[in-house]
Design a protein around this ligand. Sequence first.
Ligand SMILES: N[C@@H](CCC(=O)N[C@@H](CS)C(=O)NCC(=O)O)C(=O)O
Length: 253
Amino acid sequence: MTLKYYHAEPAANSLKSMIPLIEKGLPFQSVYVDLHKFEQHADWFVAINPEGQVPVLDHDGVIITHTTVINEYLEDVFPDIPLRPRDPVGAARMRYWNKFCDEQVMNYVSIHGWHRMVSIIARSIESDEFDRLMQHIPLPDQRKKWRAARSGFSEAELANATEKILFAVDKVEKQLAQTAWIAGDEYTLADINFYSYCGMSVERMFPELAIAKRCPRLIEWREKMKARPAVARALAGEDRTAPGLRTWTGEAR
Ligand SMILES: N[C@@H](CCC(=O)N[C@@H](CS)C(=O)NCC(=O)O)C(=O)O
């Protein structure tokens, strides 16, 4: 059996499926894809994932993409160390939170991350070269996002994203008043999901939101997450981001 995991820096999507691999004690080959060099759009990588995005799991030649799908696949194939409740109600609760993270959190944190990091990278590229790079991006929405990053996200888009993030942290804070972990009293993929997209970086990315004061339980939960050996190991992964641009990965290391 061989597992290969194609990923970028240990944050957001790349972190989200790396943690389960490590939690489950699965030996895997790590293949770093350098987003700073646009390797995700290179022919060799698009041949593996036609959508030109990381992460990707290759399990004995079977390619699985999209973190929530990868993580459920790992549960189905390697159930010995479970990160999904075995009872249907518990699993449904976990999936509810995964859906929330995927649809209501990921993209909004990402807009701020792109605004602070990808915009700077996108603007440092000459117009002709930028147009050439854009032609290699398979997903139309991703192409639009790269162009938006270069021209700049609007104040309204950024404010809307901040509002969504505040809603999310308040929702998680409220949940953590009732249960030890996000989807109940068990540590699950929902914790890994919210941590990777938002929990690990929200305080550092948005100091003006005074998260520690507003959401003390979230901070306590984040420390519990960071203290897990699997999470610590995943966070210690390679980071080729220029130190000044470490929007997501900075303080967690
Ligand atoms: N829904 C996908 C999102 C994957 C995604 O957005 N990956 C980002 C890295 S965090 C990426 O590959 N970005 C490169 C690009 O868009 O050019 C998942 O869950 O895996």
